[in-house]
Design a protein around this ligand. Sequence first.
Ligand code: ATP
Ligand code: MG
Length: 418
Amino acid sequence: MDLPEQVIFVIERIHAAGGQAWLVGGSVRDMLLGRPVQDYDIATTLRPDSIEGLFPDLRPYTAGKRFGTVSVLINGTTIEITTLRGEDSYTDSRHPDRVYFISDIESDLARRDFTINAIAYDPLAQYGIVDPFMGRHDLAARVIRTVGDPRERLEEDPLRMLRAIRLAAQLGFDIDKCTWQAIKRLHPLLDKVAFERIRDELSKLLLSPCLAAGFDHLTSTGAINMIFPRPGRADLSPGQAGIISGIDPVLTVRLAALCFYLYPGKSDIEIMDMLKSLRFSRAEAKDAASLIRGFKALLTYDPEPYNIRKLLSIIGQKDMSSLIVWYAEAARAHNSRRMSDRYSKIRQMYEEILQNRDPVSLKDLAITGRDIINAGIGKHKPEEVGEALRTAHDWVLHNPKLNSRDKLLEELLRIYSH
Ligand code: ATP
Ligand code: MG
């Protein structure tokens, strides 16, 4: 297996200091699958203090030291080095409540969530793979299976239920039958898990290649009701799941679509508040709400250039393109002639607007507030400056040809006395 030299460098230095070191977790899993590796985690027999002392030249990052983790950054690659540990319960934090350090790798692997995440690899050893739970077997069979008894392991940290579903959707794997049944039975325990942890898994899930399968697991196990509580419990239909999986892989866009289908009766403001309470950032919640507003507009407004320009001026080109893809997916899922006709119209108008470089945003307007003031508008009523600017903007959204400084000022002066 090909490893970056930074990883070899770290492992060699640990060996030189008399310690043992293995790559563990997602990096081993992804290497064995031939997938790109996101981050390298190393497990070691040395204690955090020794690790910190071993890399003084790299100014190690020690915020996770209490949990046994010291990180180093080498040429842009972050490597987390964690002392072998066993651990107790997770309750509601992101980290286990207590950790204790141990010295054998197999016990460290035993506390990990799934067999495919519980393989260790020492690239410097003769035969460096440590795989006590047959993780390679499950990788080949493409199955997510807990290490040990699923009920025990999911009770211990209920977030693992969402991790199983997320990993299955990310890798295109099945969930082992016993593990799946335990999720179905234990999903109510998800209400003990911190929202931040749920949010992180949900975010990764929403960007997974096999998202439709992920939604299927979420609804068939009932786990979705623990993330998005709904009194009526109308579930996501397979058609809706298909729409969300077909749209742009952008977190806020998929989040918006998911909420739109789960909460048909809720306003975009209510959805924004709900997303904030799920610990999404203010910016993400706001963007999702504006996408929902925009999608509702696409569904209901007459497909005419003014409306498309206006929507574009409000939400910007990136989100507008995503909305149009969303609309296309919805038209396809509903198999609706009316929607696909509308889609063609909207799409064509949108492309023309972009091609002609029609002025859409206030920034594109040929006049500024300064020009309006200089023309003498608002001398007695200052609020008229903003009002005139919005009026001019609206004219130009109706007719892009009007976007010249002289024409706009002339028309404005006809309305506003000075
Ligand atoms: P990703 O590719 O998304 O980073 P990952 O498997 O690396 O996936 P991380 O959250 O980075 O996931 O965790 C690293 C490793 O730590 C996992 O592979 C697993 O061995 C272990 N792990 C993470 N979370 C848990 C948990 N909740 N319970 C038990 N082990 C866990
Ligand atoms: Mg990882």
